[in-house]
Design a protein around this ligand. Structure first.
Ligand code: SAM
Ligand code: SF4
Length: 502
């Protein structure tokens, strides 16, 4: 994922590294929503130091790469972007190049060895230090010093838990409204880290121990965001429904947190990702059933439809237990949509076990699934102990097959919505609209996009004035990924007797 946040800015007149008001920042973000949020917060802090943001790397004097280590491909992408900057650094030595986040945390030495022109690496827990480190790195660079700067969290492998927890402290300063992906939507972190240790996954070592933020801090952040015009809040955590915070007189779970933030004036919709199947309690399902602002949508990755593979993955549940969970979801919140992640070609996945994943997509009718080819990650149990025994072409074929079945299911489920009237929170112009070169005349309808309460994407023609509001849309047609609709208009007779369409 490339950074979606940034507006373009004009290049500096002299093309040189600059200080003060001429500071220009380019930031590239790879990975999950957690990384998008981290970048948003770092950019907010740098703006306060006078940085302007540019989407053109050639116009920047500071280039940051917020990285992901979950799959090898994400790392390769960053290395190739960094590689292209070698010559640039030689030509403009005052340029500062920084690597942030998971890859920095995991591979500091490797990054410096492969990319000697990188000035700083900053781990997931130290992002608050980025502005000072950039200043120090620029001074170094301008003095011709070859020293490089690092700020990293403690490794999980040694030390007391308290110390490690402190080194991975969450970084959630209050933000500038301009730094969000859209003005009406914002992420709020409620947890950091993960203690689940699935065998294939690098997150527990790059993001550290599981820690839940105090409910009062979360509420304060939601209130500020609502005051800035945010209508939709997405609560973030690696296993967000494992949220648990003791203090302030009681133990809060995610359901309590939903009740706490629900009545915040201005907030219209609330969702949370990513859910962990084993921890999906009835209290949470009842909360999303009873609280009218909650999405009827859950992302609870199954990962594999085969018990043997789930056991090797150490996911902590069987398919039967996942099935029970799905029945509880359907019974408590009828119509709730559920999406999943799958890994294909995990060590030990036979053709027969893969077929069970295919069957699970048909049985559980996921709204959509993110499907990944297994990628062995150094530092994980799977990498240390299990042979990567599924050839790449088999992984690719399984990926395509599973995706094709998921697309079929998605289209069938979307088709069931044709003829319904759905309530849509309007996010902005659709992807197609953004690609059109011709600007719309004032008041002219454009193609808009938004989401239903079940998190289905809807496109329809409407006045751009609707962006940020909730509107009723009639579903006329669909594809596997999108509902296609038209705004519901009702005739209202005003006092003067003139009919007005709303
Ligand atoms: N915490 C979430 C959960 O447990 O479902 C997932 C977080 S992980 C950052 C996002 C997804 O990446 C996972 O659900 C998994 O499907 C995928 N993933 C993680 N490690 C992987 C690996 N080594 N190879 C391929 N996919 C991987
Ligand atoms: Fe990784 Fe498993 Fe934690 Fe998800 S629950 S972040 S897959 S270790």
């Amino acid at each position: 994922m490339t950074d979606p946040i940034l507006p373009a800015a004009a290049p500096p007149a002299d093309g040189s590294a600059a200080d003060g008001p001429n500071r220009r920042l380019y930031i590239e973000t790879v990975g999950c929503q957690m990384n998008v949020l981290d970048s948003e917060l770092v950019v907010g802090a740098l703006r306060k130091r006078g940085f302007e943001v540019t989407s053109d790397p050639d116009a920047a004097d500071t280039l940051l790469f917020n990285t992901c280590s979950v799959r090898e491909k994400a790392e390769q992408k960053i290395y190739s972007s960094l590689g292209r900057l070698k010559y640039r650094k030689r030509k403009r030595p005052g340029t500062v190049i920084g690597v942030l986040g998971c890859m920095a945390q995991k591979d500091k030495d490797l990054v410096f060895r492969k990319m000697p022109h990188v000035d700083l690496v900053v781990g997931t827990g130290q992002l608050a230090e980025v502005p000072d480190l950039i200043d120090a790195a620029r001074e170094n660079a301008l003095r011709g010093s070859k020293s490089r700067l690092t700020a990293l969290s403690l490794s999980r492998k040694g030390g007391a838990r308290k110390e490690i927890e402190a080194s991975f402290e969450s970084y959630d300063p209050l933000r500038e409204p301009t730094m969000r992906p859209t003005p009406h939507q914002a992420f709020v972190r409620v947890m950091i880290g993960c203690d689940k240790f699935c065998t294939y996954c690098v997150v527990p070592s790059t993001r550290g121990p599981e820690q839940s933020r105090a409910p009062s801090d979360v509420l304060k952040e939601v209130q500020v965001l609502a005051g800035q015009g945010v209508k939709e809040i997405t609560l973030l955590g690696q296993t967000v429904n494992s949220y648990k915070h003791s203090g302030e007189g009681k133990t809060y779970r995610l359901s309590d947190l939903l009740y706490l933030i629900h009545d915040t004036p201005g907030v219209e919709r609330i969702k949370f990702v990513t859910g962990y199947p084993r921890d999906l309690g009835d209290d949470l399902l009842e909360a999303i059933r009873d609280l009218k602002k909650c999405y009827h949508y859950l992302h609870v990755p199954l990962q594999s439809g085969c018990d043997d593979v789930l056991k090797v993955m150490k996911r902590g549940y069987t398919v039967e237990q996942y099935r029970d969970m799905m029945h509880r979801v359907w019974e408590t919140v009828p119509g709730c949509s559920v999406s999943s992640d799958f890994i294909v070609g995990h060590p030990g996945e036979t053709e027969e076990s893969f077929e069970k994943s295919v069957d699970s997509v048909r049985e559980f009718r996921f709204k959509n699934s993110f499907i990944f080819k297994y990628s062995p990650r150094p530092g994980t149990k799977a990498h240390e102990r299990l042979a990567d025994d599924v050839p790449d072409e088999v992984k690719r074929r399984r990926n395509n097959e599973l995706l094709a079945v998921q697309n079929e299911v998605s289209e069938e489920e979307n088709a069931r919505k044709i003829g319904e009237e759905v309530s849509v929170l309007v996010e902005g112009p659709s992807v197609r609209q953004k690609k059109t070169d011709e600007p719309a005349a004032p008041g002219e309808a454009i193609q808009l996009t938004g989401r239903t309460r079940c998190d289905r994407i809807v496109v329809f023609d409407g006045n751009p004035r609707l962006i940020g509001s909730t509107t009723q849309v009639h579903v006329d047609d669909c594809t596997g990924t999108t509902l296609i609709g038209s705004i519901v208009t009702r005739e209202v007779t005003h006092l003067g007797g003139l009919p007005v369409l709303v």
